[in-house]
Design a protein. Sequence first.
Length: 143
Amino acid sequence: MPIVITSHLRIPDSDVRFSAARSAGPGGQHVNKVNSRVILAFDVRHSSVLSPYQKRKLAEKVGQRMNREGILRLQAQRHRTQSANRADLLEKFVKILQEALRPETSRIPTRVPHRVREKRLEEKKLRTRVKRVRQNPKNLDET
């Protein structure tokens, strides 16, 4: 069953490799004998479903998670069971791809309204008056 990223993009299971390893951290004897950490490897460069533009964009967005060969590696070890970690990892994988391949919206430049500019200048003048009133009387005679 393919992994659904968007309505137009589905990644076949053959493009994604899963492996298991022992989890790190505390957990007693159980953690030392069970492979509960799940590692996902996705070969971005040789993926048949991604366009060259999508591959480039994905490489820019994921950064350190992708090695020089173009393989995206993710891991999950939060849960005690391999199946829960696998589900967590798939969720993380889909979220990362959706975020990286989301189309960027261009910013529409706006103008500062005339009244806002006037208000800013009025506030500056008011601040100047306040500071002038607070000045030392000796300095006022010199000006």
